[in-house]
Each structure stands twice: as C-alpha cells, then as structure tokens.
Ligand binder design. Structure first.
Ligand code: ZN
Length: 428
C-alpha cells in the first residue's frame, strides 16, 4: 500500500477550530502528517499525491444507532419475517451503503435475529465484505407483551419474535450470557414502549431488579449496554444503573436532565429524531397519516424530544447522530439528515453538528481519540466533500458531493481522478 498525500485541501480537523488550507499525509492506516498552508510537504518517493482542489477534507462520520437488519420496509413484521439467508445478504448490501455515504463507523443498536450483527461485523473485519467499522448488538431484550415481542399467542416460538423475550432476573441473566457467547459488543435492552407497537413511548417495562442483572452480567463479560429509553423513568434508570448508551431520551424531565448532566461523560444520547419527524410528516402513504400519528402521540413526543435535546445541548450532554434508519420512510443512507435536524431543531451550529458526527465517534466506538479527528497518529478514516458542510450541512446527504471515502487508510471510493495530469475537476 503506497502512502497517500492529500494536497490543496480545506482541512476540518474536528478540534472545533475553523478549517484551514493544508495537506494530509497517510502512511499505512494512520494520518502521519497534517500541514498547514498550500506549500509543498515532505514527499517521499512513491507517495501518491491527490490534489483535493479545495475540497473539504474531514474525518469519516460515526452513526450511533444503526440497525443493518431493518430492511427499508414499512413494518417491524416485514423485518422479522425476512428469512435468515436473505436477511444476511440484505445486511451485506446495507453495510456498504453506509460506507458509500461517509459513515465509516456504525454502532449496532439491535439485530432482528440473534447472530446477524455479529456475523456481519466479523465479515467486515476479516475482509469478506465491505462495510464501516462496526460494533455488533444483540437482539432487543424485552418482556412478554413489550416492545419487540411480536409473537402471536398461538405461535409463541422465539423465532417469531423480533426481540429476545425474558421475564425475571434468571431469564435475563441467561439471555445476556447467550448473547455474550455469540460475541456481541453491546446488549440492547428495551426499557420503554414505542407507541407504534401499541405500548406507549411514555410507558416503561422491566423491573429495576431485571435491569440491574442485565447491566451487571453485561459488565462481567466486558460488554456495553444500550437502552431504548423514551419514557422519563427509563432515562433515569439508564443513569442510575450505568447504561452508557441512551437511545431517544424524549421525555427527559428536570431530574433526568440533572442526572445526565452530573454524569455527562458516562453517557451518549442518540435521539433518532429522523424517526419521529418522518413518522409524523412523511409516512402518509404507509397509513401513518397526521391523524394516526397524532393519536399515537408522536407529535407530542416530537415536541418533547426537541425540548429535551435543546436542554441537553445547553448542559453539554453528548448528542450523537443516528437512529432507527431502515424503515420505508427513513431509508438507510439518508442518515446525514440527523445533522440537518440538529441544526434546524436542536439549535446546534453546523460546527457542533459536525463534531457530534466526528469527534465523538471515537469514544462512541470505544476507540478513544484515535478516531474522529484529522490529527497526526489518528486512524485514517477520511472524507473529501465537494462543498462546505459548515455553510450547508445538507451537502453530506448527497452522495455525489461525497467525493471520496477512506477507511483505515484505504479508499472505499477514490476521488474521481485518473492521474494528476489528466484530471479535469481536480487539476491543479
Ligand atoms: Zn433503534
């Protein structure tokens, strides 16, 4: 693998500083030199020079709440009823789509079948398939009758369930151990309802005792816990019980906000606003009219979620993009809409939105500061963007504007240039 030198780039290093003109050298899978100015950097023989022609060079993005197994269909049943063979192939295709769209890291937030996420992560890591860096999740752990229990009374077999259904501490412990045996990185537990499935988003499931067992057992195996937590009680449980990743957190009251602020470096919030916004306003053709979603309570929830996120932002709590893409009205690959929503609804500046997708990606991926920055020594996950996301964050939604995607020092998509001399758009 030859070294790569990006010249003439507008470098966004994710430190929080404004971008600067500069050059970035990649050796192996690491960034080894970041140099300001348009002059000539040290060039060793054999280095491949890519003239970025002023393009915006930024770290690859991290999606904090990914479900490869969701299959862009209008219902949970359509996901669950997909046979395992087709389902695995579907996940292979989706994994590539994330990389295509600049998401070089994704955090699995539950698989629809017990081993799907693990198998896909392993296949990415051993080079069998193409995809982002990935943390694999369990199925959603739920209670009988709760979010994720899609079995019918006359068909109680677990194969018919979307989630892993447990009742009581004993079954919880067994379930966590089973997923640990399969090799997941994350245990996903559903602590609140989800109105579209019939159980209100403001309702909570599981006892404190069951949650404690889940967290204790997961930690004993060195695993992380992530929770579906829309209700007020469930958000507080996440903080009290040390559940690191909190999905949704819509109904955060003052006490929940205080708790989160006191423990802000121990948690990540991924609200998944895209699901709420598009379910409320863009899913008419799937029967989710304004009237229907109003009745389900999603309009009220959206208002509460926006207020919660605004308050969290002000308190410096980490809010990350990602969340439940993979339904018909929120297809995979459109995930950068989250950044637009952060700016539009949560009050983030485009800079804050970009940092939430980059600088916080390292700890979210459990990789500390070696990921998510354009900095010497960091892993070379790099995007070249045609445009300035700090002026218009929506450019990240357009595949044609994402000129290049590099993961771990290798191009997934090289910029459209044959050779420095014959290039048109990229000629110096
Ligand atoms: Zn989810």
């Amino acid at each position: 693998m030859s070294d790569i030198l990006f010249t003439n780039a507008r470098v966004f290093d994710a430190s929080g500083a404004q971008p600067f003109d500069g050059e970035v050298l990649i050796q192996g899978n690491r960034i080894t030199q970041v140099r300001r100015g348009k002059g000539e950097a040290t060039r060793s023989a054999g280095v491949r020079v890519i003239n970025a022609a002023g393009a915006f060079l930024m770290p690859g993005m991290t999606e904090a709440h990914t479900h490869f197994a969701w299959n862009d269909q209008p219902s949970l049943a359509a996901i669950q009823m997909m046979p395992p063979e087709e389902h695995a192939l579907w996940c292979v295709r989706v994994a590539k789509r994330y990389l295509d769209m600049g998401w070089t890291s994704c955090v699995g937030a539950a698989a629809a079948k017990p081993r799907l996420d693990v198998v896909i992560r392993n296949a990415i890591n051993d080079g069998t398939i193409v995809g982002p860096r990935y943390l694999a999740a369990s199925q959603e752990i739920t209670v009988p009758g709760g979010l994720g229990d899609t079995t019918q009374p006359h068909l109680p077999q677990p194969e018919f369930a979307f989630g892993a259904i447990v009742s009581g501490p004993h079954e919880m412990r067994r379930c966590v151990r089973m997923f640990a045996k399969y090799g997941v990185d994350t245990l996903k537990i559903n602590l609140s309802g989800e109105s579209i499935t019939g159980m209100s988003s403001e309702a909570s499931q599981f006892t404190e005792e069951e949650i404690t067992v889940c967290v204790q057992e997961a930690k004993a195996w060195g695993k992380r816990v992530a929770a579906h937590a829309r209700s007020t009680w469930s958000i507080k449980q996440c903080v009290k019980q040390g559940i690191e990743v909190i999905y949704h957190a819509s109904f955060a009251d003052e006490e929940a906000l205080d708790l989160l602020e006191q423990h802000k470096l121990e948690h990540f919030i991924a609200p998944g606003l895209a699901w709420l916004i598009n379910t409320c306003f863009n899913a008419d053709q799937y029967g989710l009219t304004r009237e229907v979603t109003q009745k389900m309570g999603y309009h009220r929830e959206l208002e509460c979620a926006i207020e919660s996120m605004k308050a969290m932002r002000k308190r410096g709590i980490r809010i990350l993009p990602g969340g439940d893409y993979g339904f018909a009205w929120t297809p995979h690959g459109t995930n950068a809409k989250d950044l637009e929503y952060f700016v539009k609804h949560v009050g983030m500046s485009p800079m804050e939105a970009l940092l939430s997708a980059t600088a916080w990606g390292g700890p979210m991926m459990k990789m500390g500061k070696q990921l998510g920055y354009i900095r010497e020594g960091c892993l070379a996950d790099i995007l070249l963007i045609d445009g300035d996301p700090l002026a218009d964050v929506t450019v990240l939604q357009d595949k044609n504007r994402i000129l290049a995607v590099m993961k771990d020092g290798k191009f997934h998509r090289a910029p459209p240039v044959r050779a420095a001399r014959t290039a048109t758009r990229w000629a110096a």
